[in-house]
Ligand binder design. Structure first.
Ligand SMILES: C[S@@+](CC[C@H](N)C(=O)[O-])C[C@H]1O[C@@H](n2cnc3c(N)ncnc32)[C@H](O)[C@@H]1O
Length: 185
């Protein structure tokens, strides 16, 4: 199990476009590579800030968040047609085996990481399906984001994903953040 959950009273901050300095809209789209007809999931979708970038290009996008209040915020902002909100813990998803063509998660991995959550991702993402994780890195200096001691780094995340049944295809430590892309074996 990861660390504490993002404070709903701070939800407005998730809509700040200054966040693109850590992960731009263009880079994010190119990492997720949404394709027509796919079913994807956003793990810890919050207000839908990054979800909205993917939603127009796919058939179905599960916005998964453990806090119903985040989904309320997203609904008030306006849910894209392809987005279905799912109030659930990543460790216990109401999704069938191999149902997902892929999943992604932005700035949330440290909140859900644990054996149960990673086993659940291996269950719901089909073989050959993809997973993209961008999160605050323990190698960062804490200028933004959660306390450094609550974070993972690339090496820990890549190792945990490999142990859970994913083949890591790309990994980077960057400014305050890390990026891992993987394929379900
Ligand atoms: C830091 S916010 C990031 C939201 C969004 N990914 C973004 O980048 O704008 C983390 C979100 O993950 C959700 N969350 C935390 N732990 C979770 C878990 N175990 N399962 C599902 N959602 C979780 C929180 O409620 C919160 O909305």
């Amino acid at each position: 199990m990861g660390h504490h959950t993002f404070d709903i009273d701070q939800a407005e901050n998730l809509e700040d476009e200054g966040r693109y300095r850590y992960l731009s809209a263009e880079e994010f789209r190119s990492l997720v590579r949404p394709a027509d007809g796919e079913t994807l999931a956003d793990l810890g979708s919050g207000t839908g800030f990054y979800t909205d970038l993917i939603a127009p290009d796919i058939e179905r996008l599960y916005a998964v968040d453990v806090q119903a209040e985040m989904h309320e915020y997203y609904r008030e902002k306006g849910l894209p047609e392809s987005v279905e909100t799912v109030t659930a813990d990543v460790a216990d998803l109401p999704v069938a085996d191999d149902e997902l063509d892929g999943a992604f998660s932005t700035m949330t991995y440290h909140e859900f990481v644990g054996d149960d959550a990673l086993a659940e991702l291996a269950r719901v993402i089909r073989p050959g399906g993809r997973l993209v994780v961008v999160d605050w890195s323990a190698r960062g200096d804490g200028e933004s984001g959660p306390p450094v001691e609550e974070r993972e780094d690339l090496s820990a995340a890549a190792g945990a994903l490999a142990d859970a049944g994913f083949r890591v295809t790309r990994g980077e430590e960057r400014n305050e953040t890390f990026l891992v892309a993987a394929i379900r074996s």
